[in-house]
Ligand binder design. Structure first.
Ligand SMILES: [Zn+2]
Length: 282
């Protein structure tokens, strides 16, 4: 591993088609984010369905230096990478990879399962399909009951980036793939916590993660969803914890931009795409 003085910051966005949010706005927000983010490189984990639906703004993101990753086929309940058979994972990843590459023009190299789902069969299929990393683990996340795809094994998974075992995605091993954790300190480092606790709390969260990342020479990985800033078209389908979030969508957008600006300009922090980070690990 190359020893760097800076701490890598990996901003990741999950892009799925949210059927209860305005569809046109979900396409427009990708262009709006690209303009607002200036040169901040981001990794956008897209489902195959979202890549096809939003192909034009996604291609503009690639031209601006961003990276497109794979977020499964369609985010349906069946698109669950914990439960698929070896053949099922192989087929689903083959289909998702092909459909994303066809519309955005580049083959994705990084994966995050819908609802953070993965398995040893999924990781074997990721290797077969030429992937370099799986972003579906959140080590030592204690609120695992909140994420539909969470695993008790997360409590005992190594933090940071590691090669997983072929028998378990949550143990170190020899698989030629990296697991890159979503950052956490009991709770995950994602936008929902920003909407519950506010900007100051997230800045303090970031500083705590930064101190740990400096000790371990790790990265900080943050997550939000593109649809979070778009209008809800019908109510009543949100999980209970999301109903507690700040509901003002423009304010959510402003808070995310303020947090991203705070983190990316912090001394000693280097924002980068997933693949740039992985190149440093080899
Ligand atoms: Zn998702």
């Amino acid at each position: 591993m190359i020893i760097t003085k800076t701490v890598p910051l990996l901003v990741t966005v999950d892009v799925e088609v949210a059927s209860d949010h305005d569809l046109d706005e979900q396409a427009q927000i990708l262009d709006q984010l690209r303009c607002s983010l200036n040169n901040l490189p981001i990794t956008w984990f897209c489902t195959a369905v979202a890549a096809e639906q939003f192909s034009a703004p996604l291609r503009r993101l690639i031209l601006a230096g961003h990276e497109i990753g794979c977020h499964g086929v369609d985010h349906s309940p069946e698109d669950d990478y914990r439960r698929m058979s070896p053949e099922g994972a192989e087929a689903a990843l083959g289909e998702a990879t092909h459909r994303i590459a066809r519309v955005v023009g580049l083959r994705p190299r990084c994966f995050r399962g819908p609802r953070m789902t993965t398995s040893r069969y999924t990781q074997a299929a990721l290797v077969t399909h030429g992937y370099h990393a799986d972003f579906s683990v959140c080590a030592q996340r204690a609120d695992f009951f909140i994420s539909g795809g969470a695993e008790l094994f997360w409590l005992f998974a190594p933090r940071g980036a590691y090669h997983p075992s072929k028998n378990s995605p949550f143990q170190r091993g020899e698989l030629p793939l990296f697991v890159v954790n979503l950052s956490s300190l009991g709770v995950p480092f994602l936008s929902g916590v920003l909407y519950l606790g506010g900007l100051r709390l997230m800045q303090a969260f970031f500083l705590a993660l930064l101190a740990e990342a400096r000790r371990r020479r790790g990265a900080i990985v943050y997550l939000f969803h593109s649809y979070e800033f778009t209008s809800l078209t019908h109510l009543g389908r949100q999980p209970w914890h999301q109903r507690l979030y700040l509901s003002d969508r423009p304010r959510r957008y402003e808070m995310n931009l303020a947090l991203l600006n705070y983190m990316s300009t912090y001394p000693g922090v280097q924002p980068m795409t997933a693949s740039t980070f992985l190149k440093q690990q080899r």
